[in-house]
Design a protein around this ligand. Sequence first.
Ligand SMILES: NC(=O)C1=CN([C@@H]2O[C@H](COP(=O)(O)OP(=O)(O)OC[C@H]3O[C@@H](n4cnc5c(N)ncnc54)[C@H](O)[C@@H]3O)[C@@H](O)[C@H]2O)C=CC1
Ligand SMILES: O=C(O)/C=C/C=C(\O)C(=O)O
Length: 480
Amino acid sequence: METIQNYINGSFHDPINGDWLDNYCPVDGSVTGKLPNSSAEDVENAYIAARSAFPSWSQTPLDERSRILIRISELLESKLQDLAEAESVDNGKPVTLAKTIDIPRAADNFRFFGNATTQFASESHESVGFEAINYTLRQPIGVVGCISPWNLPLYLFTWKIAPAIAAGNCVVAKPSEVTPMTAYLLGAICAEAGLPRGVLNIVHGSGTITGQAIVEHPDITAISFTGGTETGAHIAKLAAPKFKKLSLELGGKNPNIIFADCDYRNMLETTVRSSFANQGQICLCGSRIFVEASVYDKFKADFIMRVKTLKVGDPRDKNTDIGALVSQAHMDKVKEYIAIAKDEGHVILCGGNQVVVNGLENGYYLEPTVIEVTNDACRINQEEIFGPVVTLMPFNREEEALQMANSVKYGLSATVWTNNLNRAMRLSNQLQTGIVWVNTWMLRDLRTPFGGMKASGIGREGGFEALRFFTESKNVCIKY
Ligand SMILES: NC(=O)C1=CN([C@@H]2O[C@H](COP(=O)(O)OP(=O)(O)OC[C@H]3O[C@@H](n4cnc5c(N)ncnc54)[C@H](O)[C@@H]3O)[C@@H](O)[C@H]2O)C=CC1
Ligand SMILES: O=C(O)/C=C/C=C(\O)C(=O)O
């Protein structure tokens, strides 16, 4: 049994009120240990540590900040196997996925922002005719809050922390209470890398107690959050009267639009991935598949055949494609949507059932599920399921596909498969999403703006956008 502790001011602490949560392992449903359910007092201690560290950290030369961030990145890489196993135990994802995607990306996040901060620059404006020059300072905000979800635990936790500290802020961060382990391990790694104490403080606990205490703290003036849309709306409501800076990366219900003229093999293989990677628990997964009518039947047959080959099973087995869903509660939610689909009269083309894995009978496993729908307005095409469930629907005209793609309240990402350049550019202009992938999916260049429109959030992460978020700009006007 592992006891996870808060990491505050460079050392590990139990929660002040002695309140703990169980940490469940989705692989077999067992309790692996406990984590603090931190109170506002713990958050206050984390804040005080961060505030004390700020004057020195914000004045630390960029080269030195960069060196420490890159050292964290190297240490993450050197502990790849252990971190990948820990992520898999906490989250249920295949170890191979954590090893090839989650942990390398966490390391990349630190390396990228360690380098980016040395390249970040501000503007100047010569006020011609006024004998004046304006220049913009981009100063760190102070103490900022980072709150992350359970689907890509270390990947998304570090995607927020790395730019925040690279920009000179000190951080109070909370990982999801469902997947706390790799965030806990990160504390020791940061200490080993020489990150001064108090720069990063990690408090564990539930959203409604610990998370909310961070959002409501009067002096934590910027919040970067990734998670569900409802939680994002709640956080926005709390933060608005306090005029906090907010970055909200929320849910998605992303269209995957397939035209007959695409590179079929590449599309088919990528669509399997964009549908079911990480058990479909990525906000960017293409959960609504729209296929041009002339290739619909062929695609349906090929896709189902391919999906049926996916192996659901023990996340530690290197042949496993689909591991466990993150929790009993989440699996129940996904199963409920499958039941809704049946009630609404849609056809389950494959999957739809819970899987009992030999030796792991209490784990949370579901078959990859493909559902044919005839009406885009139905609940399973409008609401975020966030699991291994996709819908299929044919379309006849480009305008029809576009209309359906934009018909949801979300606007995170879209994928378009076509070899017609004009069409690709036309759709890219008109899709109401923050990200459009053409003939690919999840190809990530960390310099690009990342985030959604509509109910998928506000603000953009990534590259200099993140460094802008984590700094206040101040204009200085000098008359000469
Ligand atoms: N990136 C994404 O798009 C994600 C979307 N989701 C969606 O959200 C649904 C709910 O999943 P949850 O785990 O409940 O996500 P959530 O939005 O409740 O949790 C995300 C993070 O926010 C924290 N949190 C929750 N309530 C809070 C509050 N009042 N104040 C501050 N922090 C708070 C949580 O502790 C966690 O660290 C999922 O079924 C899925 O549809 C979930 C995770 C990631
Ligand atoms: O690649 C990224 O930066 C982000 C990927 C996925 C999410 O943000 C998510 O699933 O929440």
